[in-house]
Design a protein around this ligand. Structure first.
Ligand SMILES: Cc1ncc(COP(=O)(O)O)c(C=O)c1O
Length: 398
């Protein structure tokens, strides 16, 4: 019997979703199939760094689609060569492998670290990751995650991941042994509720990993590509990691991700890594167009300024309603609600035409387009203010 009696039923039911169907987007706005307008502070989960359907992406897609979709990864193509060179020139890394999702890029980083261990560290393979960390949903990346809810799922997990505490160097030191090859972390833990690693912790981690000959892997899938006001977040701490993964913003809304490594760490041999769509010209042409916009110093300064504006507006709102701290950096911020009301606020905002995200029951996460306007921030804050006033949060927190 066919169970798909309703169009929604033909999709696997992998998460709770509101029954709106989105049909069009422009900048910070989205519309559903009833014509309802939404102001979007989720942006595909920090993906659409230039907003919905920006002309620069539409044009790049159309131009490349007319030229060449894919010649196969067995041959070079121009956009992937140009994008790899541009990323290398703008970072501390020497080589790039393109992937189709963040999880796939992280899976590649894990493989690269294990390869490095096999070649240079007496087959060491363990990677120290962090409690609360999120690295994706393949079996190896779920095993690398420090997300509590993943622990009972899909056992047995891939072995070789030990979990330290973020910003606690001693907890990490304890886990280093002769099987350890790398340390992997998100510079800001996004899914866990926007918890930043301090610059000092990143610097100490870099020094410690160097001292022990370990690779430092930064998962910049959420923090990279200008999200925190620098092109890559590691620049804030003035460190140079060995491996970095990028996803989300690198494609500005299309499936593109990347694994970058220094010359020392870039040790794949023929047959170790690959994939049918990896580095296809259509996605890489978009990546080039996106990078051309966001790597400009004035664009990154704009992100930092807008981030400070959003942060101060959220702090004012928090003070008005007696809520908690505002965490994060640039345009990746969270508001501590002090109460488990995140889902209810997200639902009320949705009804009011504002898209918000609550990664933890007591936190809201803000990850708008990097070119979001101050008027749009004002509209979102006003909506939140109305909801918080209506629900009497201030009284309950007090
Ligand atoms: C830090 C981080 N790493 C990895 C991933 C996985 O990326 P993807 O969903 O593209 O596989 C995410 C996605 O939210 C992420 O935030």
């Amino acid at each position: 019997m066919n169970i798909a009696t309703h169009p929604f039923d033909a999709l696997m039911d992998i998460t709770a979703r509101p029954q709106a169907i989105f049909v069009r987007g422009e900048g910070s706005l989205l519309w559903d199939n009833t014509g309802k307008r939404y102001l979007d502070f989720v942006q595909g989960w920090a993906v659409n760094c230039l907003g919905h359907s920006p002309p620069v992406i539409v044009d790049a897609l159309a131009a490349q689609a007319k030229l060449l979709l894919t010649p196969s990864p067995a041959f070079y193509n121009e956009p992937s060569l140009k994008l790899a060179k541009a990323l290398v020139d703008l970072s501390c890394f020497d080589q790039v492998f393109f992937a189709n999702s963040g999880a796939e890029a992280n899976e590649g980083a894990i493989k690269l670290a294990r390869k490095y261990g096999a070649l240079h560290k007496n087959s060491a393979f363990e990677i120290i990751t962090f409690e609360g960390g999120f690295h994706g949903r393949t079996l190896a990346t779920m095993s690398a995650c420090g997300k509590k809810a993943f622990e009972p799922l899909f056992e047995p997990k891939v072995p070789g991941f030990r979990k330290a505490k973020l910003n606690d160097l001693a907890s990490m030191k304890k886990l280093i042994n002769d099987k350890t090859v790398a340390v992997m972390l998100e510079p800001i833990q996004g899914e866990a509720g926007v918890w930043p690693a301090t610059d000092q912790f990143l610097q100490e981690l870099r020094a410690l990993t160097k001292q022990h000959g370990l690779l430092l892997i930064v998962d910049e899938i959420q923090t990279g590509m200008g999200r925190t006001g620098k092109l890559f977040h590691y620049e804030h701490a003035g460190i140079e990691p060995d491996i970095m993964t990028l996803g989300k913003g690198i494609g500005g809304g299309v499936p593109l991700a990347a694994l970058l490594a220094t010359e020392r760490a870039s040790c794949f041999e023929h047959g170790d890594q690959g994939g049918t769509f990896n580095g296809n010209p259509l996605m890489c042409a978009v990546g080039l167009a996106v990078l051309g916009q966001i790597a400009a110093p004035e664009f990154l300064k704009g992100v930092a300024d807008t981030g400070l504006f959003l942060e101060s507006e959220l702090q004012r709102l928090s003070a008005r309603h007696g809520l908690g701290e505002v965490r994060g950096h640039g345009l990746l911020l969270a508001l501590d609600l002090k109460l488990p009301i995140g889902a209810s606020i997200v639902a009320q905002a949705f009804d009011a035409g504002v898209l918000l995200n609550s990664p933890q029951p007591d936190a809201l996460r803000f990850m708008p387009a990097l070119n979001v306007g101050r008027a749009e921030i004002g509209e979102m804050i006003e909506c939140l203010d109305t909801i918080l006033t209506r629900t009497g949060v201030a009284r309950r927190v007090a």
